[in-house]
Design a protein around this ligand. Sequence first.
Ligand SMILES: Cc1ncc(COP(=O)(O)O)c(C=O)c1O
Length: 319
Amino acid sequence: MPDVDLWAHLNGRLVRGREAVIPIEDRGVQWGDAVYDSIRTYGGKPFQMDFRIDRFFRSMQYARIAPPLGKVALRQATLDVVRENMKLVAADDDITVNYYVSRGSMKTERGLTPAGTFAIFCRQVAFASFAKFYVEGAPGITPATRRTPPECVSPKAKVSNKMNHFVAELEAKAHNPDAFAVMLDLEGNITEGSGANFLFVSEGRIKVPDTRLVLSGADMASVAELAGAMQIGCDEGTFTAYDVYTADEAFFTTNSFGILPVTSLNGLPIGDGKVGPLTRRLMAAWQEQVGIDYVGQAIARLPATDRQRLETQRRAMAD
Ligand SMILES: Cc1ncc(COP(=O)(O)O)c(C=O)c1O
């Protein structure tokens, strides 16, 4: 379905997305002086909303922006905007809900500055941009541009200025248009994707890059919970590309796609270069958890020939 003009909240008012305009002098526009967060719906239900609301509040506290509303009010506003938007999209569609708050000025009161623009705006999930990777796996590339070190800006905060992430993603895609960036820190340790956490599997255990260096992802937390329930161990550590080259499986986690398999790094297949068994088990558990066939939902958005090819491959994977 083409882009639908979804409902948004702008400074407390419900408006259509195309009318949700912000002042040109907003500090987020000129300087990226803002924080944000994102939630995806599965079957119309926001996934891990409370985790992301808590993180949004932590990001505001870190950036010293006074919250423009409380958590309970934000939760209700989210449910309201989701309910109205699900009436506008197809029954099998889903959306992302994005929070945005910019700093209003540098005037501090008890250490905090006032909020400027506050918005909740939504997009239909861009299924076609990642659907095939659920089945075929995505290539990962370690670009030259590095993840922001915690000494500069805490990677734990979801801040709006992500220029290094975009440049890193473009570097990866210049090598291979299908590739996703796997960003390194200043010392060459694995951190995360430009908009996703990166995890890998070695000897049956999930490896999680040092959480000081990455966003505390809601989907990564969900994977850890599922893994715990499935008696799969997780180890946090400091890893380099070597550890991934010699690993068995890898995947990204983020709000838009949940779990997305990564089957090569810098052109070298990871394991046998196919979506691995542990990743497939986690994806099946994810499906159970969100209550919909989210892979089928994404593949259904592709042109018929791609759809048929991927459905055949998917059935073969399940056998
Ligand atoms: C840099 C970065 N890491 C990780 C994630 C994944 O976070 P979550 O699973 O909470 O969506 C995101 C999401 O936007 C991100 O931007």
